[in-house]
Structures are given as structure tokens and as C-alpha cells.
Write a protein that binds this ligand. Structure first.
Ligand code: C5P
Length: 410
């Protein structure tokens, strides 16, 4: 085959892969893995933990990846800084192979005590891990819990195989063979290409707003932002560019999503209207305060006698309704959280706010609404309603995004 044709058929051509190697005997397989990735056209930057260097030499990995490998935060010779932020931005995929039980635990715990882990925390790209460990360590509930948690946050797992382990025992824990890992990487990028919402920009509002009363107190609600974050994540996974206008939450920004942090309904209004001006659609998932204190006291309000106190509230702006008037042919999706006459209230909002469809959740359904990881919703549009079973919020998000796709791609 001529070199040109070879280049055009290499499936990983131009892909930037940050290959993390941790301290496992399976690190020797990372050499072959690196070689195969490079052969498929990928640019590979290796980042190793200190212990990984004991299993496979930096010289081997630097030669195979054709780049100096990285281990430390800075070069002790000249102080040159190895920026984990830049590595995280550079990568199209972070692949940690082998990943040890120790590194898995640190990843779930947000530990940042080496360059590999800080790169993981900074990575905006998808992350894939190939575990390697002894069978009992692999089967241990903490390892399984950590893997499940990482998976729930979008980390892809290349399952280990069963067979003879370095310890001499037989069982599950052997790192997948380099060829299998390369297949998983190729499948990941192939799926990437099929992203139906590529080229579309969506605004998602999420979480609760906070309306200050004085420098100490505020009015808010129970929204955690989980549903909105799951929708932002699902939209990004389908190829969309996503601006997530978020009230205060404890959640991490999903991979590939731009977050704009806001506090009050007014700030959310400004940010959402600005982002929607150049967007192709929006999903209004935030629990926005309908009222805010008419005046915010400059100093902490003091108790006065034993009597009641009155707080005067004024209406906030309805962000969804404002986007509804400007939407034109763009897609607008709303939420309705109701406690009574659910269907009728949701249908009223569908029309009033000019939504393409509305996602109704009732606080009366077990497992629906705030805080939890599950939701039970009904999707309502002008044509009718579709009641979904109790699903994880990520699964609900997937169904919402599929419905958005069916509207955009007619
Ligand atoms: O009228 P209600 O608040 O129940 O409507 C809920 C829908 O409207 C949700 O999609 C919510 O995000 C959106 N909304 C908004 N701005 C407001 C109030 C609600 O975007 N001020």
C-alpha cells in the first residue's frame, strides 16, 4: 500500500491520546498498546506514575510514542512545568492502561497527588480505563464500587479478561490485550463520528437559583442540578456543543460541556438569553425562583421584638417564556414539576412557554424529582404524551435527547 493510502485509512489519524500508565505488572503490555495506537495514526503522549517506571522504562515508552514521557509536575533540572491543564485540553481521549485498584480509588476520591491524576481531573475529553489487578482485588466491593461510580460518570471501562494472573492465581483481573484495547479506542472514535447533534449548540439551565435576602440569608429550593447535568452530558455525548447555565451545585462539569456559573434568577436570565442568541435549542431544567426579595439588605437583618416580620418579594423574569418568544424554528424543551393536576398544568405550560415538548415529573411518584439518581417522567408534546418508566436520570436524559434529535433530524 502506498504511504498516502495507508494514511487515509488509518482510523486514529490525528487523534490525540493521553496514555496513562500506572504501577502494575501489566504495564509491560502498555508498550505494545502504544505501538499499535501510533501505528493506527494516533499521537500518543505518555504520562506515568512513579511506580509504573519500575515496571516499564520511560526510554521504552518515549521511543515508542516518539515523545518524552511525563511523570513529575516539573522537571527538577530546569523547573519546566508539565501543565496537566494543557495535557487535559490537548487530549481527545485519556486512556489509562493499566489502571490499578489504587489509581481507580484515587480517581473516584478526587485525589491529585501525581501528574496522571491531575491530568485526569483536568481532562475535558472522554476517559477510558483498562483495569489490571489480582482477582480478589478486582472482585473486592471497593474496586467494583469505584468502577461503577466512574462508569456512572461516563468513564469507559475495558473489562479485564480471565486467565492466569501474575500472582499464579487464575481468575478475572488480567488487563485486556492491547489489540482489544485498541479496538475499544477505535469503536469509541467511530461512534464519535456518528454524533447526530454535531454542529448544534444547546443551552441547558440547571440547578437551583439563590435569591439573597441579606449578606447571610437567601431563598432557594431543593434542586441538585442532577437532571440538568445529565441532559448536558447526553447532549455533548451526541455531539452537540453545550452551554450549561448552572446555579450552585456540587456536581462536576460533564466532559465537553462549557459551564457558566450563576447565582440568582436574574443572572441566569442574562446568561441564558445571551447564550440562546446563537444557539440552536435550549433545555430549561433549572428550578428558578419565581420571586426574589424586593430589596436586599446591606447588613444582616436583626431580630426585632417578638413579632412577625414581612419580606416583600417581587416576581422574577420567566427565562423559558422569554426564550419561547424568541425561539422561531429552534427547539425548546421545558420541565414541569407538579404536585397536583400534573398533566393539565404541564399542558398549560407547554403552550404558554412555546415549548416543543415538556418533561413532567410529579413529586407524587416514588423515585422522581429532587436529589435522587432516578426520575419518572412523562414527555408531553402537542401530539400527545409518553409515560416513561422509572429510569436513572442519565437514561431519562438520553430519552430526552433522542426526542430532541427526532425533532431536529426529520
Ligand atoms: O412555571 P414553572 O416554573 O413551573 O415552569 C417550569 C419551566 O419553566 C421549567 O422548564 C423551568 O426551568 C422554566 N422556568 C424558567 N424561568 C423561570 C421559571 C421557570 O426558565 N423564572
Amino acid at each position: 500500500m502506498c504511504p498516502m493510502a495507508d494514511q487515509m485509512t488509518r482510523p486514529l489519524e490525528g487523534r490525540h491520546i493521553l496514555l496513562g500508565i500506572t504501577g502494575s505488572i501489566a504495564a509491560y503490555k502498555a508498550a505494545m498498546l502504544c505501538r499499535l495506537l501510533v501505528r493506527e495514526g494516533a499521537e500518543v503522549q505518555v504520562v506515568m506514575t512513579a511506580l509504573a517506571k519500575e515496571f516499564i522504562t520511560p526510554l521504552t515508552m518515549a521511543t515508542l510514542s516518539r515523545r518524552p514521557i511525563l511523570v513529575e509536575f516539573f522537571d527538577p533540572e530546569n523547573g519546566a512545568w508539565n501543565s496537566h491543564v494543557k495535557l487535559g485540553e490537548w487530549a481527545d481521549l485519556m486512556l489509562i492502561a493499566p489502571v490499578t485498584a489504587n489509581t481507580l480509588a484515587k480517581m473516584t476520591g478526587g485525589v491529585a497527588d501525581n501528574l496522571l491524576l491531575t491530568s485526569y481531573l483536568s481532562a475535558r475529553c472522554p476517559v477510558m480505563v483498562a483495569p489490571a489487578m489480582d482477582l480478589d482485588m478486582y472482585a473486592h466491593y471497593t474496586t467494583q464500587r469505584n468502577l461503577a461510580e466512574l462508569q456512572a460518570h461516563g468513564v469507559k471501562i475495558v473489562e479485564p479478561g480471565s486467565g492466569e494472573l501474575a500472582s499464579g492465581l487464575e481468575g478475572k483481573g488480567r488487563m485486556a490485550e492491547p489489540e482489544e484495547i485498541v479496538e475499544a479506542v477505535k469503536a469509541h472514535f467511530a461512534a464519535d463520528k456518528k454524533k447526530a447533534l454535531a454542529g448544534n449548540h444547546f443551552v441547558v439551565t440547571a440547578g437551583a437559583t439563590i435569591e439573597p435576602i441579606d449578606p447571610v440569608r437567601y431563598i432557594t429550593n431543593h434542586s441538585t442540578g442532577k437532571m440538568g447535568y445529565a441532559i448536558a452530558e447526553a447532549l455533548a455525548a451526541h455531539g452537540a456543543r453545550v452551554t450549561l447555565v448552572s446555579g450552585r451545585t456540587a456536581l462536576a462539569v460533564p466532559p465537553g460541556v462549557d459551564r457558566v456559573d450563576v447565582l440568582t434568577a436574574e443572572e441566569m436570565y442574562q446568561a441564558a438569553v445571551e447564550a440562546f442568541a446563537e444557539a440552536d435549542g435550549a433545555v430549561m431544567c433549572a428550578a428558578v425562583a419565581d420571586y426574589t426579595p424586593r430589596e436586599v439588605a446591606a447588613e444582616k437583618i436583626k431580630k426585632q421584638g417578638e413579632g412577625d416580620m414581612t419580606l416583600t418579594l417581587r416576581r422574577t423574569q420567566d427565562i423559558a417564556a422569554r426564550l419561547g418568544t424568541a425561539k422561531g424554528a429552534r427547539v425548546l424543551v421545558g420541565f414541569a414539576l407538579e404536585t397536583c393536576d400534573e398533566q393539565a398544568h404541564a399542558e398549560e405550560k407547554l403552550a404558554k412557554k412555546n415549548f416543543d415538548f415538556i418533561v413532567l415529573n410529579s413529586l407524587r411518584d416514588a423515585g422522581a424529582g429532587f436529589r435522587g439518581d432516578t426520575n419518572k417522567v412523562t414527555l408531553i408534546d402537542a401530539a400527545g404524551s409518553e409515560e416513561l418508566p422509572l429510569l436513572s436520570k442519565r437514561e431519562v436524559a438520553e430519552r430526552i435527547v433522542e426526542k430532541i434529535e427526532s425533532i431536529i433530524i426529520k
